[in-house]
Design a protein around this ligand. Structure first.
Ligand code: SF4
Ligand code: SF4
Length: 198
């Protein structure tokens, strides 16, 4: 198995209570360091999204696809893939929404992006304006970056009060599944069973 598969966030629906602590933690993790309620300069925008459908309740985040459709379709090469994830290079994004349409799980959003404490702005030609243009907050591609700037790892995982979220390393996940399958096929108690029995 390729050991360099990118990690991603998974959520267990049976453990999620829909409290939105993950969304809040995500939004807070992506505001500039040192910003306070009075100095944010823009909205607090999450990059994973709680979905409720009947009895189901589950946050959805970017899967950091190995053959990322969002990166493949971006006309400005604003979506960059490396060993640790799929990230948006904000300075190259033009907000065309092609990536939003291509993402199979709805993880890509167009949102106000805050940099250096201020929303990234764009100019709209307006002959009536004194400068000949107006400036408004740009809506740019925005998605989970696995909190790559945060040494402690993804903020949503740390904030979830029920342990519903996990940042999964694919190679480790497969090894755990293989071990569990081998034990089950051999009729041996799983590690969890042995722990419960002791
Ligand atoms: S935004 Fe969507 S398409 Fe792009 S890597 Fe994430 S899950 Fe895949
Ligand atoms: S913090 Fe955990 S329990 Fe709360 S909404 Fe997010 S995943 Fe669900």
């Amino acid at each position: 198995m390729n050991q360099s598969l990118r990690p991603f966030i998974v959520a267990r629906a049976e453990a999620c209570i829909g409290c939105r602590a993950c969304e809040l933690a995500c939004g807070a993790a992506h505001v500039p360091a040192g910003a306070t309620v009075g100095s944010l300069g823009g909205p607090v925008v999450p990059r994973l999204y709680l979905v409720r459908e009947g009895a189901l309740c589950l946050p959805v985040a970017c899967r950091h696809c190995e053959a990322a459709p969002c990166a493949a379709v971006c006309p400005t090469a604003a979506i960059h893939c490396d060993a640790s994830g799929v990230v948006v290079v904000t300075g190259r994004c033009i907000g065309c929404k092609t990536c939003l349409a291509a993402c199979p799980v709805g993880a890509m959003a167009l949102a106000e992006v805050v940099e250096n404490g201020r929303p990234v702005m764009h100019r709209i030609v307006d002959a009536g304006a004194p400068e000949g243009y107006l400036e408004t907050p740009a809506l740019l591609a925005s998605k989970c970056d696995l909190c790559r700037e945060r040494p402690a790892g993804p903020a949503c995982v740390a904030a979830c009060p029920t342990g519903a979220l996990e940042c999964v390393e694919p190679a480790r996940l497969r090894q755990d599944r293989l071990r569990a399958a081998a034990l089950a096929l051999a009729g041996a108690p799983s590690r969890d069973d042995r722990g419960a029995a002791s």
